[in-house]
Design a protein around this ligand. Structure first.
Ligand code: SF4
Length: 263
């Protein structure tokens, strides 16, 4: 096999967009590959254009979301900034939509990036079977998993799916002994998951997971509002206010009653 040939090189995936230099998606300078397709329908989702796997356009046809790319085509873009990864401790981040919805493409990308010594990071809801999540988790240097709502009924109400497989996968991650930096993220949505009871449940759950590096609380924002309008979709949480800094601090302190590493 030639050095530029490898298994899965021509495998195709649906990419939403590539972004450079993100500071929220892992350490250092990064290329973030956003994939299209997600089985969840979070009412606060700020990227409604990432939900459908199919390529789609705005109502007026002026913007098209999504592009079919091969593994190698993605890596050609990722490699362009190798020098910056080296100096900043950065690399490639795979995000969504939900990356597990294109798990074969994702695993192939991660394996090749690792082979080329590119640092790998993933952002996932973990809503998938463990058989699918396990090899992907093990091939990433850093993993961010969302823990949106602990209560199952509430989770179904606001995201459209049960959180049972998510909680199970988070627990299973601790059985791997993998050398992965594991971070949990909770988007703080006022009136949805920011009550004392909601936060205490998350804190209690985390207190049983010593392999989790820390939890990040992310304040709700309305950055996707315009995209909902352009796609002709209804934004159900459009009237929710962005939580003030003092409330974010209160939420962190509630979790800290049970679990110290809160950012
Ligand atoms: S998991 Fe992420 S991409 Fe999917 S609907 Fe929820 S917020 Fe949007």
């Amino acid at each position: 096999m030639r050095h530029d040939e490898y298994p899965g090189k021509d495998m195709k995936g649906t990419v939403l967009r590539l972004e450079k230099s993100s500071i929220y998606d892992g350490d250092g300078f990064r290329t973030v590959v956003f994939l299209k397709g997600c089985p969840l329908r979070c009412q606060w989702c700020s990227t409604p254009e990432s939900q459908k796997r199919e390529i789609e356009s705005t109502l007026d046809g002026s913007i098209t979301y999504g592009k079919i790319m091969t593994v190698e085509e993605v890596l050609v873009e990722v490699r362009k900034d190798s020098i910056f990864y080296f100096h900043s401790g950065g690399g490639m981040t795979l995000s969504g939509g939900e990356i597990m919805a294109q798990h074969e493409f994702v695993l192939t990308l991660l394996r090749r990036a690792r082979f080329e010594a590119i640092d790998t990071c993933i952002e996932t809801s973990f809503f998938t079977k463990w058989d699918i999540a396990k090899p992907i988790f093990e091939t990433a240097d850093t993993v961010f998993t969302d823990l949106k709502i602990f209560d199952e009924e509430k989770h179904i109400k606001y995201t459209g799916v049960s959180n049972k497989p998510i909680l199970e996968n988070i627990r299973n991650a601790g059985t791997l002994g993998a050398d992965t930096k594991y971070i949990i993220r909770t988007p703080l949505i006022p009136g949805v998951n920011d009550s004392e009871e909601d936060l205490e449940k998350i804190g209690q759950f985390l207190s049983e997971l010593p392999y989790v590096h820390h939890i990040q609380l992310l304040p709700y924002h309305r950055l996707g509002t315009d995209t909902y309008r352009k796609l002709g979709k209804e934004y159900l949480l459009k009237d929710v206010e962005v939580p003030p800094a003092e409330h974010m601090e209160w939420c962190r302190n509630v979790i800290k009653r049970y679990y110290d590493h809160v950012i």
